[in-house]
Design a protein around this ligand. Sequence first.
Ligand code: GSH
Length: 210
Amino acid sequence: MSQIKLYHHPFTRAAGTVGVLEEVGEPYELVFVDLRKGEHKTDTFRKLNPMGKLPVLTDGGAVLSETSAIAMYLADRYAMGRLAPPIESPLRGPYLRWCVFPSVVIEPAAIAKMKGWDVNASQAGWGAYDTALDAVSGALEKGTWLLGDTFMMADVLVGGTLGYMLRFNMIEPRPEFVAYVDRFRARPAIQTAEAKNAAIVKERGLDRQG
Ligand SMILES: N[C@@H](CCC(=O)N[C@@H](CS)C(=O)NCC(=O)O)C(=O)O
């Protein structure tokens, strides 16, 4: 039995966390949470995440929610120096910044644009949509991955978010985003994760409603 458990449903952000786990390479178990039955809103589940949302990860006594926190935890705990720069590395700061950028900037900026929210970019924490995307474009001009030529956990988070958003037309298909997502999806660990998610969809006969 593995110590790491991911509470999972393939149509949620937990699908991307499977890619995180595959990149890390530690044994793990997927615990299917039946959204149709509302298993994520039960008292038992809310003890793990009071938000009643996926993903949730447990590792021995550690309980984590929030996609970026889970990925950063796993990289530090099991892949320090490989997927996460050491604390003393000059790359540590930019690495942390890119790890949180998808959830605190890219996601809300894209949703605000899609929904036509009229927000003041100086007051909204995510700023302006174009500025957010330009920041990613600027980083991708410098190397294969966000922090240069070495793939890091930040790339799993940003690559996964851009891949999802391109698929659902939530951001424009800038050539540098498309090429980056193609490189990301070609990684063996990410392909394994995609196959695992697809197998669960098939085995359980899921459709986008469930
Ligand atoms: N900020 C959270 C968002 C989690 C989230 O919104 N999860 C969605 C699925 S992608 C969910 O569980 N929705 C079910 C619900 O809220 O009822 C994260 O990054 O993990």
